[in-house]
Design a protein around this ligand. Structure first.
Ligand SMILES: *[C@@H]1O[C@H](CO)[C@@H](O)[C@H](O)[C@H]1NC(C)=O
Ligand SMILES: *[C@@H]1O[C@H](CO)[C@@H](O)[C@H](O)[C@H]1NC(C)=O
Ligand SMILES: *[C@@H]1O[C@H](CO)[C@@H](O)[C@H](O)[C@H]1NC(C)=O
Ligand SMILES: *[C@@H]1O[C@H](CO)[C@@H](O)[C@H](O)[C@H]1NC(C)=O
Ligand SMILES: *[C@@H]1O[C@H](CO)[C@@H](O)[C@H](O)[C@H]1NC(C)=O
Ligand SMILES: *[C@@H]1O[C@H](CO)[C@@H](O)[C@H](O)[C@H]1NC(C)=O
Ligand SMILES: *[C@@H]1O[C@H](CO)[C@@H](O)[C@H](O)[C@H]1NC(C)=O
Ligand SMILES: *[C@@H]1O[C@H](CO)[C@@H](O)[C@H](O)[C@H]1NC(C)=O
Ligand SMILES: *[C@@H]1O[C@H](CO)[C@@H](O)[C@H](O)[C@H]1NC(C)=O
Ligand SMILES: [Zn+2]
Length: 863
């Protein structure tokens, strides 16, 4: 039997056809043949084992030989010499940098290649973003940055049609929805659960329609999705990169080593094997891999030969069919039994928190720069202004941070980019004070550290609200509350906690936090004068927590003194007291910390694999040291829990606020026993959740999860804990017919519900082993003091009826994500101001208010 294969480049035009960009330049193939679309590509991580700069220039080659500048140099040369050659390029962070270094001639040549469809941009984001730990706001921004560069540089011809997420470690439904709404026609990716892949290959479901949204009317969020047969690598034996070990095609007929027949046979057989898994007679082969084509000649020369020799044709089934539809997602990802890539949902929690916070700074700066632009009658020259440079810098830094080895926590090292934030205070300050004074930030308010406020007797707190609706928020400011000081216009002073003292060590001398409720206008700020003077009177506003209190108070009962705090919440002043009491009267939320000990190997930055399904308590003897700030003060009740020297929690219930705030402080995680540890916060209730729980996708829509279950195949569960972990970007909840407990997070974390009524979130991890997925170093982060990293963060717990929970957690989530920005200045406060005439209703979110380079306003509203 003779088999024929038609081999074509992805975007090959026939000789008679005019070269052009878009689908016209695509080889349509032949109806009765197996069409193998060869896609020459390179996968250029925007930072992973090396920094972005090192990757670009090819520096530090002992770690990895990779230099993106050479890839683009040689690919462009090789495309130029032969009009039948094609290439796709993905990461605009690298491309834009290379582009700026080229002279006009090269730029003209590249423009020609793009116009002719020979160099095609795919995806076109600044980076290929992670899908588990990224927030949709940041995804949209990083895609905008890359796509705008392409449009500005090459015009609409360069517009990517296909999204290309070949490497991220699992795929979110929201990502598919966003791509569909951005106008992409399809999505391809390489990594999915090994069991899922086997099932799909068998059922010919390697290509499907992915329904990305439960709430948008289809087909608005529908996206054609193709799964790559070989991840993103070539079939075995066909890697022709200069650094590959496979033989080139040796085609001298007189040569004894002539391998043409062997290569052709192997290729045809690989093609047919792959074709068995697909429904149509078109299949794709990804010819390239990580940082390949740094000498593009090797690849292209062999591909040319391969196509020349294989190019014959086959009979083939041609099918008419409807694509099947998928409406869940591709999390969690396991590439083998016990190998669940669910550790990275939490890896590098400090970085994850920082990326989330930086996004807020970027949004605020975009907003205020726009205010300044409008004030100038839209005449400010943004292209040349200083703020333009800063904005582009921060936008690019955020684009890089979304990369699938950055915010995911799977890179070798991370260089915290405080620089960008510092630059930005200039923009914010000049708009708010209209240039009349300087405001400052305190970066370490999270650990009650601020030289400015703790050392001044008189200052102003300026609190900016980036939401387009008014909010009231409790603010805490580090101050010196030596008893002889009396503060004016403040509501409450709370001594800094033991946890805070242990985190900040010898830094700072603030001994109190000043707590007050700030009423903030929509998209605007309010300012507060803070003044203190010496007095011999006692400070009546200073409330000190008491240790080991077990008295039931009005709203919080501490009833388990030995190991676990039981918080019973009743809101007796509420109108709906009866309902709440009936619903919640039986509800016990025990809030505590535990830790998983992990297998020494294989576990690491990507993989989570605890050595037992029962976590260990964070205190050695199971006891927790408690103290309580009771209801005798007017503003807040606080329960302080010390599990050990490295694990603390504070549980807060503010006056008039429905949710509980839990502040966790974890680290340095002890590893002297030579065991890595993953610390979880587990909330237990008697909600009858029956194995179901709900997690958000990228901070937007929510998906239903069920323990030990996948909606599209029969799961053979190999990891009872790790195999049930899902990314939690902003919220996770459990519910029964009446009650819902929602936990909102301030950063991405892994989370699950392993038993009915319980929720857990992994907040921190420190590992001594390595999972052999490429990073080749243990995730053993050190903090500023050389020992293990300490991280602090917050959970917000909302307990409500199922029906009112949805609205509550939407609003609260938005308030957590775009929380007020606190700045400090001298004694004269700028007057309260709102930059919006009519605040937006609560169901409309102002996602983007920004000014483009050319001075247009960009407004994104979200229902
Ligand atoms: C190159 O990599 C080595 C090993 O990780 C590292 O120690 C060194 O600092 C790196 N050099 C630069 C310039 O980053
Ligand atoms: C894309 O570029 C074209 C000109 O080449 C311009 O007309 C269009 O407005 C640009 N689109 C965007 C979204 O910037
Ligand atoms: C703001 O700070 C800068 C640098 O410290 C200083 O040059 C400038 O005069 C200050 N502006 C005002 C209005 O205080
Ligand atoms: C505290 O709670 C734990 C778990 O429910 C229980 O085992 C323990 O007996 C309780 N201790 C007290 C003093 O109630
Ligand atoms: C898990 O780690 C703990 C802590 O070292 C150890 O006591 C226990 O025996 C380990 N369990 C297994 C199954 O390895
Ligand atoms: C109780 O809840 C209501 C709203 O349901 C709220 O207005 C009231 O301030 C809350 N009371 C306390 C003490 O938190
Ligand atoms: C489940 O997976 C494990 C690990 O690969 C394997 O040993 C076992 O046979 C599988 N069970 C079933 C029912 O397929
Ligand atoms: C982990 O980091 C600590 C410093 O914080 C260091 O002493 C220890 O050797 C590291 N262990 C491994 C396995 O990297
Ligand atoms: C506090 O915030 C700063 C700035 O975002 C961050 O670098 C630091 O890691 C945080 N500290 C803790 C203990 O989380
Ligand atoms: Zn990658």
């Amino acid at each position: 039997m003779v088999l024929f294969i038609f081999v074509a480049l992805l975007i090959l035009s026939t000789a008679s056809c005019e070269l052009s960009c878009g689908y016209h330049s695509c080889n349509q193939g032949e109806a009765d043949k197996l069409n193998v679309h060869i896609v020459p590509h390179t996968h250029d991580d925007v930072g992973w084992l090396k920094t972005v700069d090192q990757y670009y220039y090819g520096a530090n080659s002992s770690i990895a030989w990779a230099g993106v500048q050479y890839i683009l140099d040689t690919v462009v040369q090789q495309l130029s010499v032969d009009p039948t050659r094609r290439f796709i390029y993905v990461e605009v962070a690298f491309f834009s940098r290379w582009w700026r270094e080229q002279n006009t001639e090269v730029q003209q040549e590249v423009k020609r290649l793009v116009q002719e469809g020979r160099l095609e941009f795919i995806l076109g984001g600044w980076s290929m973003n992670d899908e588990a730990a990224t927030h949709y706001n940041a995804i949209i921004d990083q895609m905008t940055l890359g796509l705008r560069f392409l449009n500005d540089t090459f015009g609409p011809c360069a517009r990517p049609r296909v999204a290309w997420q070949i490497d991220p470690f699992g795929h979110s439904r929201e990502q598919a929805s966003l791509f569909a709404q951005m106008g992409f026609d399809g999505l391809f990716f390489g990594r999915l659960d090994y069991q899922d892949k086997e099932t799909r290959e068998m059922k010919l479901k390697m290509e499907e329609i992915w329904r990305g949204s439960q709430s948008l009317h289809h087909p608005e969020a529908d996206l054609f999705t193709g799964l790559n047969e070989n991840g993103y690598n070539p079939p075995a034996g066909f890697c022709f990169d200069a650094y590959c070990k496979d033989d080139p095609i040796m085609d001298d007929p007189t040569l004894e080593d002539n391998n043409v027949k062997q290569k052709v046979d192997d290729f045809i057989s690989a093609a047919h094997k792959q074709a068995k898994h697909f429904r149509t007679n078109h299949i794709m082969m990804t010819m390239g891999s990580d940082f390949q084509y740094s000498n593009a000649k090797a690849w292209f020369k062999n591909l040319d030969k391969l196509m020349k020799y294989v190019n014959s044709a086959v009979r083939y089934k041609n099918c008419f069919f409807l694509w099947s539809v998928k409406s869940d997602d591709f999390f969690p990802y396991a590439d083998a039994p016990h190998q669940f890539w669910t550790g990275y949902f939490t890896s590098r929690p400090g970085l994850k928190g920082y990326v989330r916070e930086s996004n807020k700074y970027l949004q605020v700066c975009n907003q205020l720069e726009t205010v300044a632009h409008l004030r100038s009658g839209m005449k400010s020259n943004l292209r040349t202004s200083k703020s333009n440079v800063l904005r582009e810098y921060l936008r690019a830094a955020m684009g890089v941070a979304q990369h699938h080895d950055a915010v995911s926590g799977t890179s070798k090292q991370h260089v915290a980019n405080d620089y960008a934030k510092r630059l930005y205070i200039d923009v914010i300050s000049s708009v708010i004070t209209e240039g009349s004074s300087n405001l400052t930030f305190c970066d370490y308010m999270n650990i009650t550290l601020c030289d400015f406020t703790q050392n001044s007797n008189r200052f102003t707190a300026v609190v900016y609200n980036p939401l387009a609706r008014a909010v009231s928020k409790y603010i805490r400011i580090p101050v010196d509350c030596t008893p002889s000081y009396i503060f004016v216009v403040i509501e409450l002073l709370v001594p800094v906690s033991e946890a805070t003292e242990s985190v900040r060590r010898n830094r700072g001398n603030a001994n109190c936090e000043l707590v007050f409720l700030a009423k903030l206008p929509a998209l605007g700020y309010n300012s507060f004068s803070i003044e203190k003077y010496k007095s011999s009177a006692t400070n009546k506003r200073l409330f000190t927590p008491k240790g080991k209190v077990v008295n039931p108070s009005d709203d919080i009962t501490i009833s388990n003194e030995s190991s676990i705090v039981i918080v019973v919440i009743t809101n007796k002043t509420s109108q709906s007291y009866i309902t709440h009491f009936l619903l919640f009267g039986y509800f016990l939320s025990s809030i505590y910390f535990e830790r998983y000990i992990i297998f020494k190997s294989p576990t690491g930055a990507y993989i989570f694999r605890p050595n037992s399904s029962t976590p260990f308590h964070c205190s050695n003897d199971g006891k927790v040291k408690l103290s309580v700030l009771t209801g005798s003060n007017p503003l807040v009740q606080e329960v302080y829990q010390k599990f050990s020297d490295w694990a603390y929690q504070v549980v807060r219930l503010y006056k008039g606020i429905k949710h509980i705030e839990v502040e966790w402080t974890v680290g340095p995680i002890p590893v002297k026993d030579q065991w890595g540890k993953e610390v979880i916060s587990r909330y237990e209730t008697n909600i009858d959740s029956n194995g179901y729980f709900y997690t958000d996708a990228n901070g937007r829509e929510v998906l239903e999860r069920k323990k030990n279950y996948r909606p599209t195949w029969k799961l053979n569960q190999t990891e009872p804990v790790a195999g049930n972990y899902y990314p939690v970007n902003s919220r996770i909840y459990i519910r029964d017919a009446h009650v819902q407990l929602t936990v909102l997070t301030d950063r991405s974390q892994g989370g699950s519900s392993l038993s009915s009524g319980a929720l857990e979130l992994m907040v921190h991890r420190r590992l001594l082993g390595e999972d052999s997925k490429g990073v080749a170093e243990p995730l053993n982060e050190t903090g500023q003091f050389g020992d293990g990293l300490i991280t602090r963060g917050k959970h917000w717990l909302l307990l409500d009826t199922v029906t009112s929970s949805a609205k509550q957690h939407r609003l609260l989530g938005e308030e957590a994500f775009m929380s007020p920005l606190v700045m400090f200045g001298g004694a004269t406060p700028p007057a309260l101001q709102s930059f919006i005439v009519n605040p937006l209703p609560p169901n409309i979110h102002l996602l983007t208010l920004a000014t483009t380079n050319s001075g247009e306003l960009l407004v994104r509203l979200e229902h």
